[in-house]
Design a protein around this ligand. Structure first.
Ligand SMILES: [Zn+2]
Length: 167
């Protein structure tokens, strides 16, 4: 997906996830971190938004490991969690970055190339619904935003329903 789509999906994922994590969904720092986390995996692509800003790192990663390699895997998520834990990251900081990062992986799984989630093992997973930059990508992003807005508007009703069902 395009960088703008990743940012929108990352922020939407954060707005949906934050209440479940008992964190402030509208905290500007968390919103920025979720957007940053949503862009971070494409550091392995020199032509991506983040790749253009992190050369020569992105060029080296692309040459050594390829695009959608380790940075788009479960190993990267575990590595990010370990780095943040080692750095003493606050719970909200870690959560926002990881939710954004996971949203990127989920969004990329909707493209025909899929993801090698078990990198370095071969084999990719995905549900090919749209090509990067296509009109369908825009439709999917708008549908995710609409679903997030709907769930936020009905959060109290959903919590009450869940409270009744989960008892
Ligand atoms: Zn990507």
């Amino acid at each position: 997906m395009m960088a703008r789509s990743h940012v929108v999906v990352g922020v939407a994922a954060w707005l949906a996830a934050a209440p479940l994590l008992h964190l402030a969904p509208y905290d500007p720092a968390y919103l920025v971190l979720a957007a940053a986390g949503a862009l971070l995996p494409d550091v392995d692509h020199p032509a991506s938004w983040v790749g253009r800003r992190t050369r020569p790192l992105s060029t080296a990663l692309a040459a050594l490991l390829g695009h959608r390699g380790v940075t788009h895997s479960a190993l990267a998520v575990l590595g990010l969690l370990a780095l943040l834990a080692e750095a003493g990251g606050r719970r909200g900081v870690v959560a926002a970055l990881v939710v954004g990062y996971l949203s990127h992986l989920a969004a990329d799984m909707l493209t025909p190339r899929g993801l090698r989630l078990a990198w370095p093992l071969r084999g990719s997973w995905g549900v090919p619904l749209c090509r990067t930059g296509s009109a369908m990508e825009t439709v999917i992003v708008l549908a995710l935003v609409a679903g997030t807005l709907w769930s936020m508007r009905h959060e109290a009703a959903l919590a009450a329903l869940c409270g009744r069902v989960c008892r």
